[in-house]
Write a protein that binds this ligand. Structure first.
Ligand code: DC
Length: 225
């Protein structure tokens, strides 16, 4: 069974996808981590993220390893663990600059399909998982919340991790990424192909319960109540 969860930054989709995967006892694919890893490699190579030719060279040569467990994803670039390094603000900002580049998307979409084929049953999370990467998924969800709510959540996560940021910085970063990102997941809604969940006033536990309920309603959990 393939379940896709798409939506904007801070909509709660990463945590929801991870917890849903744990409930279903299947792996979880964090595709944002892959885009972040490429951005991290670009910054480490001191390449301008807007230089698509140089970025394409990097993306065609790096080795990207993902360890997709039910509760965690560890990411390595050319053997170096970057799991924590990819979560910083400079990497987030560079990620939204490299993510729209066709060569980057081509390589990562191929990688995601290859990983998916190996995993078989999994929950995947990103922006284009239901629309582009796994159009034949068994269930597709889009999680959403207002930019204010999402910024608040990200800010709390980042300060808990010891990052020195202001709420306004985080809000600006999220708002800037929204414009680019929405192009990936908006088509799912327009074509009425995904179930939309507004998570603004929901706890993560409620979100996961809602996702499970939807899977149950569709008869997808008959062997896995
Ligand atoms: O979900 P996240 O915040 O970790 O995503 C990081 C960035 O990668 C974000 O700017 C959108 C981009 N991304 C994408 O373009 N396509 C995906 N499937 C996943 C993430």
């Amino acid at each position: 069974m393939i379940i896709t969860i798409d939506g904007p930054a801070g909509s709660g989709k990463s945590t929801a996808a991870r917890k849903l995967a744990a409930r279903l006892e299947v792996p979880y694919l964090d595709t944002g981590a892959m885009y972040r890893a490429v951005a991290c490699a670009v910054l480490r190579a001191k390449v301008d993220p807007d230089d698509a030719t140089a970025v394409a060279r990097i993306v065609s040569t790096i080795r990207l390893d993902l360890d997709c467990g039910p509760t965690h994803t560890r990411v390595r670039i050319d053997g170096h663990d970057v799991t924590e390094a990819i979560r910083t603000m400079p990497v987030s900002a560079a990620t939204s600059r490299i993510a729209p580049q066709p060569e980057v998307r081509k390589r990562l979409v191929e990688d995601q399909r290859r990983i998916g084929a190996k995993l078989g049953s999994f929950v995947t999370e990103g922006r284009d998982q239901g629309s582009v990467v796994f159009p034949n998924a068994d269930a597709k969800f889009v999680l959403y919340a207002s930019v204010e709510k999402r910024a608040e959540r990200r800010f709390q996560e980042m300060t808990a991790d010891g990052e020195d940021v202001t709420l306004q910085d985080v809000k600006n970063n999220i708002a800037a990424r929204d414009g680019v990102d929405a192009k990936q997941w908006a088509p799912l809604l327009e074509q009425d192909r995904a179930t939309l969940l507004d998570t603004a006033n929901m706890t993560i536990a409620t979100v996961v319960d809602e996702l499970m309920r939807e899977l149950q309603t569709r008869g997808l959990l008959s062997d896995n109540p």
